[in-house]
Design a protein around this ligand. Structure first.
Ligand SMILES: C[S@@+](CC[C@H](N)C(=O)[O-])C[C@H]1O[C@@H](n2cnc3c(N)ncnc32)[C@H](O)[C@@H]1O
Length: 322
C-alpha cells in the first residue's frame, strides 16, 4: 500500500464511520443537468459519497478506488439498495475507460498521480464524454502559504491553470481556488489549497445557460474568530459568537444520502455562510469546513432539466407525508 493510501485507510477501516460525509455541492448542481440514467465515472471515489448520491438518483456509476476497506463499504450499501454501481478496486494509473460518459468525477484524487498519467487519461475521457457532459475535479495544489500537508503527500502534479488550458474548448463553469480547513474521522484538522474545476462539453443546444451568483460580500467575522472557531461546533452555538451573515447559501438534497457518522439519512442540508471571502460550511448543522477564497466564491444557478426528475426513482423509498 502506498503512503497516500495508508493515510485514508485509517478512516476507511473503521466500520462505524463514513470518512468524507455527504455529497459535494457541485455534484448536486451538476445532477440537476444530467440526463436520466446518465453514465458516470468517479475516480478515487473513497467510500462513495458522490457515487452513492448519483446512483440513488438512478444514474449508472463506475466507481474506482484502491482502498479495499472503502470498496467493501461502498459495495455493501450498493448491494443493499440494489444500486447501479460498478465498484472497481484499482488505481487511476491502471484505469482504462471503456464507456462513454455524461459525467467524469475525480474529487481529491488526480493529484495522487503524475501529470504523465492524468493528462492522457483526462484527454481520453474528454473524447469519451457525450455532448453536454461534465467533468468535475477537485485537486490539492501546493502554494507557498499552504503547502501540501505532509500527511496528504502526493505527486504534487497540479499547477493552477492546468485544467483551464486543457479545457479551453469546453465551457468552464467553475475554476474556484481556495484554502480549506477540514477534518475527517480518524484524520486531524488540516488545511490545503484546493482547485475546484467544473466544465461542460458543448451540448446539441450550445453552452449551458447559467448564472454565476457572487457570494462574496462586505460582512466580516469579528476579530480573529475565523482562526479560532473549531470544526465540529454546532451552528446554534456559533450564533452566540457572531451573527448570521447576509449571504447564506443553503442546499437541501432530498432522498437518501450518506452522512457522517455511518448512516443513510433522508434529506441532507449544507449551509454555507459567507463573510467577505471567508466561508463556513455546515453539514447537517455542524461546522465541517472553513474556507478562505482566492477566487470569487460563487454558486451556479441553472434551470433543472425537465427530463431528469427522479420522482419515479425506486431507490428514494417512501416520501415523508408530514
Ligand atoms: C480525499 S479522498 C477523496 C475520496 C472521494 N473522492 C471523496 O470525495 O469522498 C482521496 C481518495 O483518493 C484515493 N487514491 C489515492 N491514490 C489513488 C490512485 N492512485 N488512484 C485512485 N485513487 C487513489 C484514496 O484512496 C482516497 O480514497
Amino acid at each position: 500500500m502506498k503512503n497516500s493510501e495508508r493515510f485514508w485507510e485509517r478512516g476507511y477501516s473503521d466500520p462505524n464511520v463514513w470518512t468524507m460525509g455527504g455529497p459535494s455541492v457541485e455534484v448536486y448542481e451538476i445532477e440537476q443537468q444530467l440526463p436520466r440514467n446518465a453514465m458516470v465515472v468517479d475516480l478515487g471515489c473513497g467510500e462513495g459519497r458522490n457515487a452513492l448520491f448519483l446512483a440513488f438518483r438512478g444514474h449508472a456509476v463506475t466507481a474506482l478506488e484502491p482502498s479495499s476497506s472503502a470498496v467493501r463499504k461502498l459495495r455493501s450499501v450498493a448491494d443493499e439498495h440494489s444500486l447501479n454501481i460498478d465498484v472497481i478496486e484499482g488505481r487511476i494509473e491502471d484505469f482504462v475507460p471503456d464507456e462513454r460518459y455524461d459525467l467524469a468525477l475525480a474529487h481529491s484524487s488526480l493529484h495522487f498521480v503524475t501529470k504523465d498519467v492524468w493528462v492522457p487519461l483526462i484527454n481520453e475521457l474528454r473524447q469519451r464524454t457525450n455532448e453536454g457532459g461534465f467533468h468535475n475535479f477537485t485537486s490539492i495544489i501546493g502554494t507557498s502559504r499552504y503547502p501540501v500537508p505532509y500527511e496528504c503527500r502526493h505527486a504534487n502534479s497540479f499547477d493552477r491553470g492546468d485544467l483551464d488550458s486543457l479545457y479551453a474548448d469546453w465551457q468552464v463553469l467553475r475554476s474556484d481556488f481556495y484554502a480549506k480547513w477540514d477534518s475527517h474521522p480518524g484524520i486531524a484538522t488540516h488545511v490545503h489549497a484546493v482547485e475546484k474545476f467544473l466544465s461542460r462539453k458543448a451540448g446539441p443546444d450550445g453552452p449551458l445557460p447559467f448564472t454565476k451568483v457572487d457570494l462574496s460580500n462586505s460582512d466580516a467575522l469579528p476579530g480573529d474568530l475565523f482562526e479560532k472557531i473549531p470544526l465540529g461546533i454546532h451552528v446554534e452555538d456559533l450564533r452566540l459568537l457572531c451573527n448570521r451573515p447576509t449571504t447564506v447559501n443553503r442546499i437541501e438534497m432530498p432522498g437518501l444520502n450518506l452522512t457522517s457518522p455511518i448512516e443513510l439519512t433522508r434529506g441532507y442540508a449544507v449551509e454555507e455562510w459567507f463573510f467577505g471571502k471567508h466561508a463556513l460550511q455546515f453539514t447537517q448543522g455542524v461546522l465541517t469546513g472553513k474556507y478562505e477564497y482566492f477566487t470569487q466564491p460563487i454558486s451556479l444557478q441553472t434551470v433543472p432539466r425537465a427530463s431528469n426528475r427522479y420522482e419515479a426513482g425506486a431507490h428514494l423509498g417512501p416520501q415523508k407525508t408530514d
